[in-house]
Design a protein around this ligand. Structure first.
Ligand code: FAD
Length: 472
């Protein structure tokens, strides 16, 4: 018997471990390890749990339809996974385990423990890298070190993709008959324990089928205009596929192929190329996470920036969390996050930079707050995005990158439509005043004045970073 272990790859399409296991012609079963205490320890957002559990239900039913059993094992946290899998392996006479590799530290330690336990039992382990387009470690600088600057990484990444594009997925060799979904009830119970308003869950569609439909819709309607539209949060200009990609209900190879297909149309070429660049960012942060495990322990990527003395003002932090900083676009973004479980990329950069540079609050607090709310919460992308924004990370341009919250608002939400959607107390203002309501305080009496001034931020930040560098 062969065993396929599903983790953040909750799909049937483009799933190498599943295809390889089925290709052996031997009986195949599948497993998923439910680790709620692991989710608790890492403040995984309830909405993300909801998405994963629903997607798991869809996966279990789909596998059963294809004749493969799925067993859901309750493991509490990662520490319990090796024992639970060992019991399953012994009960079913499993001779080989197939799964996709995961690169963050806890996942690596979990998998090492599983390998150490199963190898002596004669179980062969087969890892694939469907979670990325280019596996971590595949691209190295001339000195043999990992790439730490995106521009240089992307140039090599493009060459790799040109020569080794993802192969078209093979059709799995499904067995005859119907499979069983063992533990379905446990998944339903875990779902029932998540208390979320319907207005929130109604916004999203979990599962592989919804993800594939969304990809097709995006490729058809928005990909061509992606470069022009992607920075404007009031528009539906990006794919909203981040949750599907991070939970693996959608394969990144399917996204890449969709972009390549779109490129056949000259009108869509530029937008598709731009979008592929975002898939490269995703790979980039995954290889950073894999090569620098200290990041998973909360360390800054640039060690000297761990000397920065943050001022964790609780009132300012709460103002940021609640969308009451007095800067309309920052507040609209934070309210979008809490109200929907998602935030537009430009606004993630803006709010992260605002917290770490204007409010001078430790970026780790913002990183954790994002994880508590994001449905697409993904350790590598979130940590990478936060450290980039706080200038403690891989940004090639150092700490003098400071977004002006007003200028960003005027440029990327020129009509104030996005602000009006999430900050209703400003919705009646004209498209000039809405970016700086403090200039007409009588018109927006319920809205707070700016909690800190923008003037002087760049100078203060520059000085503090220089000092940290000198002290290091
Ligand atoms: P699209 O613009 O359609 O891009 C396609 C896909 O490319 C995305 O779905 C995502 O998988 C990937 N991608 C795009 N931009 C990035 C990026 N900068 N880094 C890594 N991958 C990227 N993304 C997450 O998936 N999970 C997170 O927890 C997360 N946290 C972030 C925190 C901060 C502070 C910042 C600045 C960025 C973060 N991102 C995160 C990256 C990015 O904001 C989201 O991936 C994007 O907004 C998702 O929207 P989309 O699916 O419409 O993206």
């Amino acid at each position: 018997m062969k065993l396929v272990w599903f983790r953040n790859d909750l799909r049937l399409h483009g799933h190498t471990p599943l295809t390889e296991a089925l290709a052996t012609g031997e009986p195949v079963m599948a497993v998923y390890c439910l680790c709620p205490a692991q989710w608790d320890a890492h403040q995984v957002a309830p909405l993300r749990r909801w998405y994963v559990l629903h997607s798991l239900l869809e996966l279990g039913d789909a596998l059963a339809d294809k004749g493969v059993d799925l067993h859901v094992l309750e493991c509490d946290d990662f520490a319990g996974v090796a024992d639970a899998l060992t019991t399953l392996v012994q009960e079913h006479g499993i001779t080989a385990l197939y799964c996709n590799r995961e690169y963050p530290l806890n996942e690596l330690n979990r998998d090492r423990a599983v390998a150490d336990t199963l190898r002596p039992l004669g179980v062969t382990l087969n890892g694939s890298d469907d979670g990325v387009l280019v596996p971590p470690g595949a691209l190295r600088t001339g000195k043999g070190t990992p790439y730490t600057v995106f521009g240089a990484y992307k140039r090599r990444w493009d060459v790799w993709m040109e020569h080794q594009p993802p192969a078209a997925p093979a059709s799995p060799n499904w067995p005859a008959g119907k499979g069983r979904f063992v533990g379905r009830q446990r998944v339903e119970q875990a779902l029932a324990a998540i208390d979320l308003p319907v207005r929130l869950t109604d916004l999203w569609q979990p599962g592989e089928q919804a993800a594939l439909t969304q990809l097709a819709r995006f490729a058809d309607k928005s990909l061509a205009g992606y470069r022009q539209q992607r920075d404007f949060p009031a528009l539906d200009g990006t794919s909203s596929l981040s949750t599907a990609l991070s939970a693996g209900t959608l394969s990144v190879a399917a996204c890449y192929r969709a972009a390549m297909q779109a490129m056949a149309d000259a009108g869509a070429r530029d937008g598709a190329a731009c979008w592929v660049g975002e898939l490269a960012w995703r790979d980039f942060y995954r290889q950073i996470m894999a090569r620098f495990p200290r990041l998973a322990r909360g360390a800054a990527f640039r060690p000297e920036t761990d000397l920065l003395q943050w001022h964790d003002d609780e009132a300012l932090f709460q103002a940021w969390c609640q969308g009451r900083t007095g800067y309309p676009l920052v507040d609209a973004a934070m309210r979008q996050l809490v109200a929907t479980g998602w935030m537009h990329n430009r606004l993630r950069m803006l709010t992260a930079m605002f917290l770490s540079k204007h409010l001078w609050i430790d970026w780790r607090r913002g990183e954790a707050f994002f994880m508590e709310h994001l449905m697409d919460g993904d350790f590598a992308a979130n940590n990478g995005g936060w450290q980039w924004s706080a200038s403690t990370g891989t940004d090639a341009v150092p700490y003098f990158r400071v977004f002006s919250p007003v200028r960003q608002s005027q440029r990327f939400d020129p009509d104030g439509k996005f602000i009006a959607r999430y900050v209703p107390e400003l919705a009646h203002l004209d498209n000039k005043t809405i970016h700086e309501p403090w200039k007409q305080p009588l018109l927006a009496p319920d809205y707070p004045p700016p909690c800190v001034p923008h003037a002087g931020v760049r100078e203060r930040v520059t000085e503090r970073f220089k000092q940290a560098k000198a002290d290091y």
